[in-house]
Design a protein around this ligand. Sequence first.
Ligand code: GLY
Length: 331
Amino acid sequence: MVTRRKFLHQTALGSVAAAMGGTVLSSCSEANTETPVSTNAPIKPLAISTWDFGMKANDAAMKILDNGGSALDAVEAGVMVIEADEKNTSVGIGGAPDRDGRVTLDACIMAPDGSCGSVCALEYIVHPVSVARRVMEKTPHVILVGDGALEFALSQGFKKENLLTEESKKAWEEWKKTSKYKPVINVEMHDTIGMITIDKNGEIAGACTTSGLAYKMQGRVGDSPIIGAGLYVDNEVGGAAATGLGEAVIRAVGSFLVVELMRNGRSPQAACEEAVARVVKKYKDYKDIQVGFIAVNKKGQTGGFSIHKGFNYAVFSNGKNEVKEGTYLIE
Ligand code: GLY
């Protein structure tokens, strides 16, 4: 008998084989972490975030959701916890600088009604996600970049702060000795918090925030603030977020793809698997990079999948906050 789990496993391998012109590289993980499909009532409230540090973000979001707060307020509050964590070197204050020593942050946010806001290469502001929300709510635009984003943030009362911590500065000075510009899978690529929340009314919101690729060229922007690439939410379908090398995610418009696949009937897990297959197909050096997706649908079913082993994500649902090991393409 073909069980649903086996079927999904085979589907993923089929997609990947097709992407590789028929060659399956490696088996997906045995432990499929997909939420079982059921006909039960939608699971809500719910919070899902990339990486294990998403647990802290989920906690903050769930405090708001449990009290009847909105998905939008919850998702902003959730990722703000990680932005404020100086120890996290891939998001907010303490984030790795570009090759010139400048910490430039990217973030975006999406509301259940489809409105969205984004900032790119924003300096000196600890909470780019909140500036992105102001862009969404207070301007006729979606994206503000660089000096314009900073000027807008200051006009909205945000305070200028030094984001380059002593530790990040030291690491950057060490990097300058060799200036090797190659991502290290699941170390340097342990980046980005992407988060989706569902409130008690079943409304869905999302946010994504990062300091981007460590020691990037000045002005480089990744997938995280690009609506559809690093994040996408459709209140009728679900939401998805990406982590990993933005240059690869953007080519596949990854998060939008995941949501569209769910709209067309794929489970969140199967949609993430297909999106990774698409990324792999479009990026010839995929073995050297990491890309992962998380997804949740309107029913509260979740999934996560990446190119390489080592990607995990945090799901808070039914009163329990836990880290799930994502399944993957290459051991
Ligand atoms: N995913 C984050 C970046 O590439 O900037």
